[in-house]
Design a protein around this ligand. Sequence first.
Ligand code: BG6
Ligand code: MG
Length: 214
Amino acid sequence: SIQACLFDLDGVIVDTAQFHYIAWREMAQDLGFDLTREENERLKGISRMESLEIVLSIGGVELSEEEKARRAAAKNTRYLELCMQMTPDDALPGVRRFLDELKANNISTGLGSASKNAQVILERIDMLHYFDTIVDGNRITKGKPDPQVFLMGAADLNVPPAQCAVFEDAVAGIESAKAAGMLAVGIGEASVLTQADIVIPGFENFGLPQLENI
Ligand code: BG6
Ligand code: MG
């Protein structure tokens, strides 16, 4: 049975995915092209610098290494400015209740995020204390879809991968969970997260009984 639950951050705990999209789109428009919602799906779960490369390739824009670093930093400043409007009420519906339920049942919890801003965002929504371990973009050397992020989380919690469940909204994150040998719960649409073991729209009607039924 499941002994640990590992959560992605952006788009699972809190809807920061919309702020990433706004900030990348503004950069694209500044460079003279648009970034569609569909194109943005490819960026979910992907590190900041890799995302930048994808956005530039969509626009057919080439930049020097120096200019890339400057653009990535500017995107992050804008992203954090948008994030700072958030309050603890911005945690996605049902997510706190589910984490409380896990705690009450002695199931370990971990964060597995590509973001270097994970800690500051969890503090902003007052949810840092929910996680027994945090694996974020500052710790990993291989991004999703590599399984490293979730394997590190499982190792921190001392739980075998087969007894871990991962909650993810990104195609790359589901791939990462499956490559780690874990149960993958997709948050979003089944037509997008085709490799997930189950896909749910969110945590509102989801709890331990539903998890144990998968
Ligand atoms: C992931 C997001 O969680 O973190 C990506 O889905 C983002 O969109 C990545 O690029 C890195 O985030 P940050 O905060 O380090 O730029
Ligand atoms: Mg995500």
